[in-house]
Design a protein around this ligand. Structure first.
Ligand code: AMP
Length: 437
């Protein structure tokens, strides 16, 4: 039997309802902040991610799943490599949401010059070729927002505020969340800071792991994220970005903090917080659920150069993404859950096969009135129809026997109290609808 790929999950039942709840909450909350939903394709040109996320990032270098059709694969094998492929033939599954949404905003001209900022949100599957472990999957789901055209520090603060509000609505106790913020500077001040970190890594190369030594040239700021404890201790003495911000970045960061203070959002400043993707500028933030053991449950930041990198006019941007599976794990670790029971339903049973047609028409009428309705399709006895109704969690059971059908009535049974009442069939839909709601 073929098996599910390691690091992927089937979503169904209560877990699926959890994913839907996360989307419904997002639709409502993000809607009040003016965000509209977008869905971009799961496959994009490799260039979309290379331009945006950065060639040197782990996500692009090691984790992105590449996509080849069978025919293309055969040609590649014949040609001994993908050197001859056109850009449009080099495809990948999206490892994150921002680059694709920004590509769409540029291609579909969603942010024309001088127009109102574009505010979008998405709920999509993402794919990363990581080593699967708890809270780290190869296919996972993210909900995120992208806000383009708003350079104002109020946008940074509102992004963080809506993120924290989202977590609260999903059932997190704000006291058990830790929000870390930082500023990563911009094109004016970051290059010089990057050099300083590079020099620091080179000066401490003998004490650092091989990955960090490699990072010195490729992506020095990533050394702050090293998983090796000893490396982290050393990097704690590296130059800090907040000491090297230019005046405009420092002022922007200060204003973001003022707004967060005014909104009463608690945060910790972490000058070593550097998010894994190249496109971030200025404000970055990440949220951990304390004691949950699942790592970050969400994060984001400003990306003022990304729209240009994706081929658009210079347009500032900011956004965040949260991971559905991590949120589920983190909530479970503190005794909460996103999972909900199936919605209330009614079961329509018949006493004998002669009433099967009456079950069909009654079920149809109930469903057309919006009532979730189940029935038997396997010729079960009345007793086993009751058992099935119980298994399905039916609140009410409509019983149709010879008497009922002959007299144009139905028996309505409460599945909890087992109380039964006989009522005219004409009143059934209204009575059931009212009792179910
Ligand atoms: P990132 O784009 O890496 O900042 O991820 C944003 C959020 O997505 C994280 O905070 C996690 O909640 C979630 N996430 C990232 N990578 C994975 C993964 N491999 N498996 C499950 N969730 C993930």
């Amino acid at each position: 039997m073929a098996q599910r790929i390691q690091g992927t999950e089937d979503l169904y039942g209560g877990y699926m309802r959890g994913w839907q709840h996360i989307q419904d909450t997002a639709r409502e909350l993000f809607g009040t902040y003016g965000f509209d939903m977008i869905e971009t394709p799961a496959i994009e040109q490799v260039d979309t991610f290379v331009h945006g996320i950065g060639e040197s990032t782990d996500v692009v270098r090691k984790e992105m799943f590449r996509v080849f059709s069978g025919a293309l694969m055969e040609r590649l094998i014949g040609a001994g490599g993908e050197g001859g492929l056109k850009a449009k033939q080099r495809m990948a599954l999206r490892p994150e949401g921002t680059a694709g949404v920004v590509r769409a905003a540029v291609e579909d001209k969603l942010v024309s010059q001088g127009a109102a900022p574009v505010k979008l949100w998405y709920a999509e599957a993402m794919f990363r070729g990581e080593r699967p472990q708890k809270g780290r999957l190869r296919q996972f789901h993210q909900v995120g927002i992208e806000w383009m055209g708003a350079p104002d520090p109020a946008a940074d603060a509102e992004c963080v505020i809506v993120l924290m509000e989202y977590f609260r609505l999903l059932g997190f106790d704000p006291a058990r969340l830790r929000l870390r913020i930082n500023s990563m500077g911009d094109a004016t001040c970051r290059p010089a800071y990057r050099e300083k970190v590079r020099d620091f890594i080179i000066a401490h190369a003998h004490e650092l792991c091989a990955d960090c030594r490699e990072r010195a040239d490729v992506n020095p700021l990533r050394a702050f994220d090293c998983k090796v404890d000893h490396d982290r201790e050393i990097m704690a003495h590296a130059p800090l970005v907040t000491d090297h911000l230019c005046d405009t970045c420092a002022a922007h960061y200060a204003q973001v903090k003022c707004y967060l203070d005014e909104a009463g959002v608690a945060y910790v400043e972490d000058p070593t917080l550097v998010r894994g993707l190249d496109y971030y500028t200025r404000t970055v933030f990440e949220v951990d659920a304390l004691d949950s053991g699942v790592g970050a449950i969400g994060g984001g930041g400003r990306y003022d150069d990304l729209v240009e990198l994706e081929g658009g006019r210079p347009t500032p941007g900011i956004g965040f993404a949260v991971g559905f599976e991590r949120i589920s794990l983190a909530l479970a670790a503190c005794g909460g859950s996103l999972e909900t029971k199936p919605p209330a339903c009614v079961y329509v049973a018949c006493a004998a096969p002669e009433q099967r047609d009456a079950v069909f028409s009654t079920s149809l009428a109930l469903r057309r009135a919006g009532v979730r309705t189940e029935a038997d399709y396997q010729g079960r006895s009345l007793k086993s129809q009751f058992k099935q109704a119980d298994r399905l969690g039916a609140r009410l059971c409509v019983v149709l026997g010879a008497d009922e059908v002959a007299s144009g009535t139905a028996t309505l049974r409460d599945m909890q109290t087992h109380e039964q009442v006989r009522l005219p069939l004409a009143e059934l839909v209204a009575t059931v609808s009212q009792r179910i709601s």
